[in-house]
Design a protein around this ligand. Structure first.
Ligand code: MN
Ligand code: MN
Ligand code: MN
Length: 289
């Protein structure tokens, strides 16, 4: 315990951030350099449904002297709603994890093709190839379709792409293509990792529904709650801290950084964890040897 307290004093943690391996704008190398520059000491790159950036990030972390934890952000479905689970400190080479990843990638491609065909039926050109280019070799998601729409002159800006075609409930909002929450959580746990329920307030659920989600998440083996994320009111943080305590969850911290320039969402700029919470990083194997 004392050792962990000593770690906490020195550490600045950020266990949720994106690179060009998914929908971020910095390469894994640039992202790690920026994290080091702003004083992050313990970091996880958590790209959407891919670990393609981890190797580059690990090399950069070694150069900059910061501790990198294996990370990923996986999409799944719970009661028809898309939920994001951050996986941390897993064994990326394990057969279970590799199987999970290939299923997830196949589903992402199915989803990309479905988004493209739905947009076409709505009167737009076939945007799959352009979105693929925007994704830079990865699987295109909604932000890449939005950029493709702007590039092809279908809409004037990204905001319109979302408000007309890609936002919640619009024609390009394909949610039911993800695995069940329990399958994703079990996959992370089987690979020796910790599953964290990402940005719980972003789902805009009632407290009752969020408690039900958390119960199912914990029943599947999930242990972590992202108590601190960017753009969250102190009231929300207080609510999540209480939820975390009452349910015996471990607390995680993540900016969900995607690109520079948004001051409210900078790397390593979150406040300290509220009192009385057990930090999830005390469980990380990567920090305990
Ligand atoms: Mn994203
Ligand atoms: Mn997310
Ligand atoms: Mn994210």
């Amino acid at each position: 315990m004392q050792a962990n307290e000593a770690i906490n004093v020195r550490m600045c943690a950020d266990f949720h951030a994106h690179s060009t391996a998914s929908d971020g704008t910095l390469t894994p190398r640039e992202l790690v350099a920026r994290a080091a520059e702003v004083g992050v000491t313990h970091f996880a790159l958590t790209d959407h449904d891919t670990i393609a950036g981890l190797e580059e990030a690990a090399a950069a972390a070694e150069e900059h002297g910061i501790r990198l934890i294996n990370g990923i952000e996986l999409s799944c479905v719970w009661r028809t709603q898309t939920i994001h689970i951050v996986g941390l400190d897993f064994d990326a080479a394990s057969a279970d994890f590799q199987a999970l990843l290939s299923r997830q990638e196949a589903m992402r491609w199915d989803r990309a093709r479905l988004i493209a065909s739905r947009l076409q039926k709505a009167g737009l050109p076939d945007l799959l190839a352009t979105a693929e280019e925007e994704a830079g070799g990865g699987v295109p998601g909604r932000p890449h379709f939005a950029s493709a729409m702007v590039r092809e002159g279908c809409v004037d800006n990204l905001r319109l792409a979302f408000s007309r075609y890609l936002g919640a409930g619009k024609v390009g909002d394909v949610t039911r293509y993800w695995p069940e929450l329990s399958a994703i959580v079990e996959g992370i746990v089987n690979a020796g990792g910790q599953a964290v329920l990402a940005h719980p307030k972003k789902y805009r659920m009632t407290a009752t529904k969020l408690r039900a989600l958390l119960a199912d998440f914990q029943a599947a083996g999930g242990v972590g709650l992202e108590v601190l994320t960017s753009g969250q009111s102190s009231g929300d943080t207080g609510f999540l801290a209480e939820l975390c305590r009452r349910n015996g969850c471990l607390a995680s911290v993540g900016s969900d950084f995607h690109f520079p320039g948004a001051a409210w969402c900078e790397l390593g700029r979150l406040p300290a964890l509220p009192e009385g919470l057990q930090p999830i990083w005390e469980r990380f194997r990567a920090l305990n040897h």
